[in-house]
Design a protein around this ligand. Structure first.
Ligand code: XLS
Ligand code: NI
Ligand code: NI
Length: 439
């Protein structure tokens, strides 16, 4: 259906062409939306989403250089440009064949000089997005509030030492939740942009953590009050912009949520580029969050392991996508979350076409990851080998350990009876060689 925009002239609706050659980059060679694998369509396993901020607001500015990406939609007054951006975005989503998008309140509509003006801007722009959503069937995967760009947030939002700043953040989140309801967002993300500290000398960490927890409780309360039916997500990140951010990684966030009795209201939105910044391997937080039943969504991107910051590159590495999809399949899917491309084309990738090529390449990388993981799971070889490693638990003592009813006396009795445990190879290289067969 037409979205009445024509910013991407000459780019057709992207089709699945499995036998296309290596130079054909404007088609999918692996992603076949309607194809069913293990009982679900590829589209439902992957639930791709395009992010608004990088792809439609990004200009290529970096700390060392000016704008390199001159987009035809960033023209006119701030409100005119906002409307053009929305139209360009819906044309892009439609041509790409992606059903979801994500945005921050402030990249959808410009901040005004008062809260009321910002809210009016957001109302006006989201009237247009709602209309385009209804026309195209494209939906909001998640909304988030930008609580880090405006100078008022320089010392944090919910963890700011000044309660007036916390209040401003709360007012902004209240409106964000109203907009989430208006647009039928399936999730709502909190990324703690400046929730953290640079120096312990000027920071009351205990107080800040409590303020942040109570801030989240207010959000839960308001969500319930307005009958907003969406999943709350926290996105961990260890550093940048703060030296130390409270939501360091999956385990820190899970511990925080459990400590403050918030865990039933939240899941995690894991961004692998943040995971690697925390010093873990790409798939680490995906598996940690999933193991606690807390993997809610993924910001599908990648960094450069040799760089210490969040480069938000498009994920193109098949090993990584295979490991992520393996976990997603094992937990039965990622709905109502999805794979959101919190990724930006390089500032040197200046063609409009590069925006399509980047998304198509990443979608194909995840489609391959999905196909690989399906083969791996259906073959049963690797899962069988893992199962075998834990076979010793199939005995009375093992069952008691699993059930939490064993005692130290039971363990001692077992060793007195059976003696020294025998050596068992972990066979890591065997596992790695077999894994390589599937990718
Ligand atoms: C920044 C984060 C951010 C969140 C949304 O590093 O990834 O983009 O996803 O605020
Ligand atoms: Ni992100
Ligand atoms: Ni990020």
């Amino acid at each position: 259906m037409s979205t009445q925009a024509d910013f991407f002239k000459g780019i057709p609706k992207i089709a699945y062409m499995p036998s296309a050659g290596p130079g054909d980059v404007l088609c999918f060679k692996h992603y076949n939306a309607g194809e069913v694998l293990m009982g679900k369509t590829m589209e439902d396993w992957l639930r791709f989403s395009v992010c608004f901020w990088h792809s439609f607001c990004g200009t290529g500015v970096d700390p060392f250089g000016y704008q390199t990406l001159h987009r035809p939609w960033n023209e006119g007054t701030p409100m005119e440009a906002a409307k053009r951006r929305v139209r360009a975005a819906f044309e892009f989503f439609t041509k790409l064949g992606v059903k979801y998008y994500t945005f921050h309140d402030r990249d959808m509509a410009p901040e005004g000089s008062t809260l009321e003006e910002s809210n009016r801007n957001l109302d006006e722009i989201t009237d247009l997005t709602l209309q385009l959503q209804n026309q195209t069937g494209i939906k909001v995967l998640w909304i988030t509030c930008n609580l880090f760009t405006h100078p008022r947030y320089m010392n944090g939002a919910a963890t700011n030492p000044d309660v007036h700043v916390l209040a401003y953040a709360g007012a902004q989140v209240k409106k964000g939740l109203d907009i989430a309801k208006k647009l039928g967002a399936e999730n709502f993300v909190f990324w703690g942009g400046r929730e953290g500290f640079h120096s312990i000398l000027n920071t009351d960490v205990g107080a800040e953590l409590k303020h942040m927890a109570n801030f989240f409780k207010m959000a839960v309360k308001y969500k319930e009050k307005i009958g907003l039916n969406c999943q709350f997500l926290i996105e961990p990140k260890p550093k940048e912009p703060c030296k130390h951010q409270y939501d360091y990684d999956a385990m820190s966030v899970i511990a925080f949520l459990k400590h403050y009795d918030l865990e039933k209201h939240f899941k995690l939105n894991i961004e692998p580029n943040h995971t690697t910044l925390a010093g873990h391997s790409y798939e680490h937080d995906i598996i940690m969050a999933s193991s606690f039943g807390m993997l809610g969504s993924v910001d599908a991107n990648t960094g450069s392991p040799d760089l210490g910051w969040d480069t938000d590159q498009f994920p193109m590495d098949i090993r990584n996508t295979t490991l992520v999809m393996k976990t997603i399949i094992e937990q039965g899917g990622i709905q109502p979350g999805g794979l959101n491309f919190d990724a930006k084309v390089r500032r040197e990738s200046t063609n409009l076409e590069d925006l399509f090529i980047a998304h198509i390449g990443a979608m194909d990388a995840f489609a391959r990851g999905l196909r690989n993981a399906v083969c791996m799971i259906q073959d049963g070889l690797l899962p069988g080998m893992v199962k075998e490693r834990y076979m010793s638990y199939n005995c009375r003592l093992g069952e008691k350990v699993e059930a939490g009813s064993a005692t130290l006396e039971d363990l001692e009795a077992c060793i007195k009876e059976t003696g020294e445990p025998k050596f068992t190879s972990g066979q890591q290289e065997k596992f790695e060689s077999i894994f390589n067969h599937y990718i």
